[in-house]
Ligand binder design. Structure first.
Ligand SMILES: Cc1cc2nc3c(=O)[nH]c(=O)nc-3n(C[C@H](O)[C@H](O)[C@H](O)COP(=O)(O)O)c2cc1C
Length: 406
């Protein structure tokens, strides 16, 4: 029988330690969010439903995005033991430029709608942490304003080629003149994907007030106040828009874009060109032969063709086909730093992250994006150490086993 005694204050007192109070209340609220799922839950509470769904959603049955996340969940890490992992360095280079971690911020449109701090907040976090930031053609901050706000960030400009070629060239010129280093050409949107949540929500860009959105606004007053009291959403590159994002894409983007256009673009831009939205090895090889310095294996986070290949599975065959001729990146469904480590071990030079930072932004503006990076950075380092490696170059395919590939 366990012998019991009455609790004595002398023994209890040292156990009663209030949690240390550091930072502001908002900082402490962020510290309590311990993964991207937590950031997502807070984002959902703080943002009107149609806006949250625009970010969170994907195309058709949302199968591709689910498969990407499932594969990250189902892979196995194969750690090495008894390695000295006391000093671990997660830094790498991306197209020759140092990057503190092997991940970067993917281009996302309409970012100032998710949170009024918008692209500038995200890019400041990128600059502070030494990782690349890609500004979308559909950005809500002009290339010039963003460059002025983050002069030292590694800035990439993402291009959709427009039906109006003069307009496309003008965009490229603006990016060049404001010091963007890399052009990232997105090729997976010849037409807009069928994003059913947007259709169901009647989601238009910019959001307009219907009775439903007005009533919903009452449950997200801060978002609406910020939205209505900051500079109106005009886009870096376009003005009067109506309809869903897919409608906009259909009106503006050129569905006749082809490999010859890539050669044309090559002549317009002296710096590196990265082609984003590659979904098979042959296309990767072909764009590299035409001068691309990098390819992003991507199905646009499942927002375009549903049931398209899972990018993680394409890394190894693509790396095999293009060798050292270009860098290989992936994106889609990356929710933590361990996902990044797995992709890098399989051969990716780096990963692009979309929704994860947008959840951070919607959850808490710049501070929320910073929290996302903090969480990813800690994951990357810890996962490397637990795998028994201390540098990015030691991450090799033997450390990861994909299901059905033994
Ligand atoms: C809200 C949102 C807007 C996006 N806008 C663009 C865009 O303007 N241009 C582009 O090339 N990709 C765009 N993407 C795709 C991302 O660059 C990236 O491929 C995708 O988000 C990766 O998947 P993840 O969100 O699961 O990380 C967007 C993605 C989201 C979620």
């Amino acid at each position: 029988m366990t012998k019991r005694q009455a609790p004595r204050w002398k023994e209890l007192a040292p156990l009663l330690r209030p949690a240390p109070r550091t930072g502001t209340r908002a900082d402490r609220a962020m510290q309590r969010l311990v993964n991207v799922e937590d950031l997502r839950a807070r984002a959902k509470r703080r943002t009107p439903r149609a806006v949250f769904d625009y970010v969170d959603g994907a195309a058709e049955g949302e199968i591709s995005i689910g498969r990407s996340r499932d594969l990250f969940r189902d892979l196995e890490f194969v750690p090495r033991i008894l390695r000295d992992v006391s000093n671990c360095n997660p830094s790498t280079t991306i197209l020759g430029q140092p990057s503190s971690y092997p991940f970067a911020f993917a281009p996302t449109g309409f970012t100032r709608m998710m949170h009024h701090e918008g692209e500038v907040a995200v890019a400041k976090v990128a600059q502070r942490n030494g990782i690349p930031f890609a500004l979308s053609t559909m950005g809500t901050t002009t290339p010039e304003d963003l460059a002025a706000a983050v002069p030292d960030a590694d800035r990439w400009f993402q291009l959709y080629v427009w039906r109006d070629r003069e307009f496309s060239i003008n965009l490229v010129e603006r990016a060049k003149e404001s010091g963007y280093r890399t052009l990232i050409l997105s090729v997976d949107m010849p037409v807009g994907g069928a994003r059913l949540r947007d259709v169901r929500n009647g989601f238009a860009i910019p959001p307009h007030l219907t009775l439903r959105t007005f009533l919903e606004g009452a449950t997200h007053p801060n978002w609406w106040i910020n939205f209505l009291t900051t500079e109106p959403l005009s886009f870096a590159t376009l003005n009067a828009l109506t309809g869903t994002v897919a409608d906009t894409a259909d009106q503006l983007f050129d569905p006749s874009l082809n490999f010859e256009d890539l050669m044309w673009l090559r002549e317009q831009w002296e710096g590196p060109i990265v082609v984003k939205g590659i979904q098979n090895v042959d296309d990767a090889r072909r764009v590299v032969d035409l001068g691309a310095s990098g390819v992003v294996l991507s199905n646009h986070g499942g927002r375009q063709l549903d049931r398209s290949p899972v990018p993680l599975r394409l890394i190894r065959p693509t790396v095999k086909a293009i060798g050292d001729d270009a860098e290989v990146y992936i994106d889609g469904g990356i929710m933590n730093g361990a996902d990044v480590v797995a992709a890098v071990a399989l051969g990716a030079r780096a990963c692009f992250v979309g929704r994860a930072y947008l959840y951070g932004l919607m959850a808490g503006g710049e501070r929320g994006v910073e929290r996302m990076v903090e969480l990813f950075a800690a994951d990357v380092v810890r996962t490397m150490q637990l795998l028994g490696v201390t540098s990015i170059t030691e991450l090799t395919p033997e450390l990861v086993r994909l299901p059905n590939e033994h």
